[in-house]
Design a protein around this ligand. Structure first.
Ligand SMILES: [Zn+2]
Length: 351
């Protein structure tokens, strides 16, 4: 692969932008080492075609209509959305991996429809840099809206690429721009403390980022969710809203209500199998072998529980959700720890 091809390949694999070592690769500094990857890289099951969305253009993005004047943009790994109105464009998130392609996508749609291409508002789904790091590209004269905790977290992080929200709310806020309405709501912490439900009732659309990645299993370790029980409860809250189109913030296509059902079943299946593993896997051999090295015994015992619980889930979802064989084990470990620590499963009181 030429270095140009390697760079564009890495840019397309935009999820990698979140990983510092690969971000270093993308700027070429370690490019010479990319070919030194171990010869034993594992093979994974093919991605089901249902996980993939439309092809990106030569600039690396796809823009399409969600409903009426609501559009979505993807680079294949990250997603943003925007609403064109007579008073300007409302942008939802600004992932740095899409970056300057956000304005290009807006320009393309605005030119086709003869509407303003000026971004007047940016709604922040949550504070994470991988979804907001292109916010500063839109300058100072944009009204940014996020949860009150979003402002506190961004002030803490002090990142110039993510200007603080100008408008914050605690529980509910209706944004009205150019005759459009957008209902923002906070229903408690989930993936992050500030992650909000963005409902567009006139467009049959819900945007809830980093909870369900339609067509795919969650990213490593259950999407790195900061509150595991609340993240498991979030899909049911999402389903109480009326919507047909779901914008999950990730991967190459939009979601449906059926995608949410599949995601809920996947998580429920992991929970069921963790409960079985807590009963079925005998800790004795691990503690017998490692003696007073308690961490070695716990590590190997929990690895056996994870393997026991994850195997039937990987089998069931291979060909249904992409990358079931890649990340189900790490998500199973996080859910195992949550059931243990939050629900007290597997705890034994000393006699
Ligand atoms: Zn996030």
């Amino acid at each position: 692969m030429s270095s140009t091809n390697r760079r564009s390949f890495l840019a397309r694999s935009a999820v990698l932008a979140a990983v510092p070592t690969v971000a270093a690769l993308a700027d070429g500094t370690l490019a010479g080492q990319a070919s030194a990857a171990p010869a034993t890289l594992p093979d994974y099951a093919p991605i089901p075609p249902s996980a993939l969305g439309p092809a990106v253009n030569s600039q690396g993005y796809y823009v399409g209509r969600v409903a009426k004047n609501l559009y979505w943009v993807t680079d294949g790994t990250y997603q943003a959305a925007f609403l064109t109105t007579r008073e300007g464009v409302v942008l939802f998130d600004a992932p740095p991996s899409i970056g300057h392609n956000l304005q290009r996508a807006i320009d393309e749609i605005a030119a086709d429809n003869g509407v303003s291409n000026r971004v007047s508002h940016i709604v922040y789904s949550h504070h994470h840099a991988d979804h907001l790091g292109a916010s500063s590209l839109f300058g100072r004269h944009v009204t940014r809206i996020g949860h009150a905790e979003n402002k506190r977290l961004l002030a803490r992080d002090n990142d110039p690429t993510r200007p603080l929200p100008d408008v914050t709310f605690e529980n509910r806020y209706t944004l009205r721009v150019g005759g459009e309405r957008i209902n923002l709501a906070w229903h408690g912490t989930n993936h992050s403390p500030d992650n909000i439900y963005i409902h567009l009732p006139d467009h049959d659309t819900l945007m809830l980022v980093d909870v369900n990645l339609p067509g795919w299993v969650p990213f490593d370790s259950f999407n790195l969710n900061e509150d595991v029980p609340a993240s498991m409860a979030a899909p049911a809250k999402a389903m109480t809203y009326p919507w047909k189109h779901y914008i999950g913030g990730h991967m190459g296509r939009l979601g449906t209500r059926q995608d949410m059902v599949v995601h809920q079943q996947y998580v429920a299946d992991i929970v069921d199998n963790v409960r079985k593993a807590l009963v079925a896997v005998d800790p004795t051999p691990y503690f017998a072998k490692y003696g007073n090295n308690a961490w070695a015994a716990v590590k190997e015992y929990q690895a056996a529980q994870v393997a026991y619980a994850a195997a039937p889930v990987i089998k069931k979802y291979t060909g249904v959700l992409a990358a079931a064989d890649v990340y189900t084990a790490s998500t199973t470990f996080i859910i195992l720890e949550s059931l243990r620590l939050n629900l007290g499963l597997g705890s034994q009181v000393h006699a």
